[in-house]
Design a protein around this ligand. Structure first.
Ligand SMILES: Cc1cc2nc3c(=O)[nH]c(=O)nc-3n(C[C@H](O)[C@H](O)[C@H](O)COP(=O)(O)OP(=O)(O)OC[C@H]3O[C@@H](n4cnc5c(N)ncnc54)[C@H](O)[C@@H]3O)c2cc1C
Length: 456
């Protein structure tokens, strides 16, 4: 079967694209959504069942459809949740909302296009018949489409050291993918846990450990030992920022932003003022300045920009202040076995000395640091056939301003788009719902505008 549009992925991005396709394509159109995740719509972020795993964006900005901004808040109300637009809902509720929204659109049977959900991994891709791209699926099937939207999310970064020397009985205590929360059931309350990486994923894991009865020590190792900051209980108004007047070099830009932060009562108003202009700001930077930002400013950007809900922050801070969670700044150099325990050796930041952390468990929470193409066999193969080209900073793949994949060697007329984190090289700030939902709508409008659909 040749589809008008194939959406590859099963997380938020794929469902946002699919919802827009259902709304905009004519009844005659045929769409396939290919995803390897059991729950279409939940992806990595919204699969959790823990209430303390909360959204880090207020409910009022989390509608799946940008043209219905109150949609999520209305859904929460319809479910009897006592939450307002400024509150932080649970991620589990958000996953249900995404699935409900899709189901609501699919129920309009007579006025919508055909959508086939195919639970499979897209393993390879080739150009076919000069007008389509065809995907080999893990179940042995092949499907072809005139338009394709890649919505693959970010992968899990690999451990920075090879644990080959660790014997198997300890190897099973290295958690490479913390998103499969089943590992928590194997942890004894007094076990010592070492978490690698100190971003939002780390906070999630600490809170999940506590919820599962863990009361032991948690050591957190990251390059700078910085952890995400919290949202204010009463958010300050965003400071209006004119992107045209901002400097184009990172060092002067940071100095300017620091200066602005000192002039306002709460630095968050500067960060929130930057939000609507971040993509434009990124696009004004040369590739050298973008690389400089990633080398020097990224950890600072992350902790100020990607903040956690106020009560989540308070719960985490309590564990830091009572000594349950301890931070270490340095680079992991080795992972070995020592007397029934894992021993992580790291070079202490800004020093020559090597220190060690002994733990019963090591959890890799460096995953949201962008893993580029390396995590995905599909992307590696598409790159080998020159259907996609990695972006120069290794953030994802090269796309143009309309999110269409730029691959000069491609010969077929099929159109290939990407949505979400894969397009960070072009847009930078494109990993959260408020940005992805706009991108998803724009990509679908572009597909519809070109009228690829047989009798549209
Ligand atoms: C823990 C966590 C919390 C977050 N919290 C928030 C928040 O509060 N607010 C917010 O706005 N954003 C948040 N985010 C950002 C989040 O990444 C986005 O909101 C959004 O979920 C991204 O969805 P996605 O579909 O692009 O990626 P993903 O959710 O990663 O989904 C990609 C999907 O594609 C599938 N896939 C990959 N390769 C293939 C293949 N070859 N074949 C078939 N299927 C494939 C994967 O299995 C996966 O299901 C959070 C992220 C994480 C990890």
């Amino acid at each position: 079967m040749i589809y008008d549009v194939i959406v590859v992925g099963s997380g938020f991005s794929a469902i946002a694209v699919t919802c827009n396709l259902i709304e905009q394509l004519p009844v005659s159109a045929k769409v396939a959504v290919v995803g390897d995740d059991p729950g279409f719509g939940r992806g990595t972020a919204y699969r959790t069942e823990l209430y303390l795993h909360r959204l880090n964006v207020p409910a009022g900005r989390m509608s799946l459809l940008p043209h219905h901004p109150d949609d999520f808040v209305d859904w929460l109300k319809s479910r009897g949740r006592q939450l307002q637009a400024g509150d932080f809902a649970s991620r589990s509720d958000y996953g249900l909302y995404v699935r409900d929204t899709l189901a609501r659109l699919l129920r309009k049977r007579d006025g919508r296009c055909r959508v086939d959900f195919i639970k499979a991994k897209a393993a390879g891709c080739v150009e076919r018949y000069a007008s389509t791209l065809a995907f080999h699926l893990g179940n042995g099937d092949e499907i072809a489409g005139k338009n394709v939207v890649l919505c693959l999310g970010v992968g899990n970064a690999n451990l920075p050291v090879d644990p080959a020397g660790v014997p198997p009985f300890l190897r099973s205590r290295i958690i490479e993918n913390p998103w499969r929360l089943s590992w928590l059931r194997r942890v004894a309350p007094s076990d010592a846990v070492c978490i690698l990486g100190s971003g939002l994923t780390m906070i999630d894991q600490v809170l999940a450990l506590r919820a599962h009865g863990h009361r032991g020590r948690i050591d957190v190792l990251s390059r700078r030992g910085l952890a995400p900051l919290g949202h204010a209980k009463m958010p300050p108004a965003p400071l209006p920022i004119d992107v045209e007047r901002l400097p184009r070099t990172i060092s002067v830009l940071l100095k300017t932003l620091r200066g602005k932060s000192r002039e306002v009562a709460d630095w968050r108003s500067v960060m929130d003022g930057l939000r609507p202009v971040t993509q434009a700001l990124w696009q004004r930077l040369s590739s050298e300045e973008r690389a400089r930002f990633l080398r020097h400013a990224l950890p600072w950007w992350n902790i100020h920009r990607h903040r956690v809900a106020p009560d989540v922050f308070a719960a985490f801070e309590k564990l830091v202040s009572d000594g349950t969670v301890r931070f270490h700044a340095g680079f992991l150099k080795s992972l070995e076995a020592g007397q029934d325990r894992l021993v992580a050796g790291y070079r202490v930041r800004a020093k020559r000395e090597i220190a060690e952390i002994g733990a019963d468990w090591l959890v890799n929470c460096t995953g949201m640091e962008r893993a580029g193409l390396s995590h995905s066999p599909l992307l590696k193969e598409m790159s080998r056939f020159q259907l996609i080209v990695p972006d120069p900073l290794g953030l994802g793949i090269q796309v143009d301003a309309a999110s269409e994949v730029m691959a000069p060697s491609r010969s077929s007329s099929a159109r290939l788009f990407a949505v979400g984190a894969l397009t960070a090289g072009q847009f930078w700030e494109i990993t959260a719902v408020p940005d992805i939902r706009v991108q998803a709508k724009t990509v679908v409008e572009e597909i519809v505008r070109a009228r690829p659909v047989s009798d549209a």
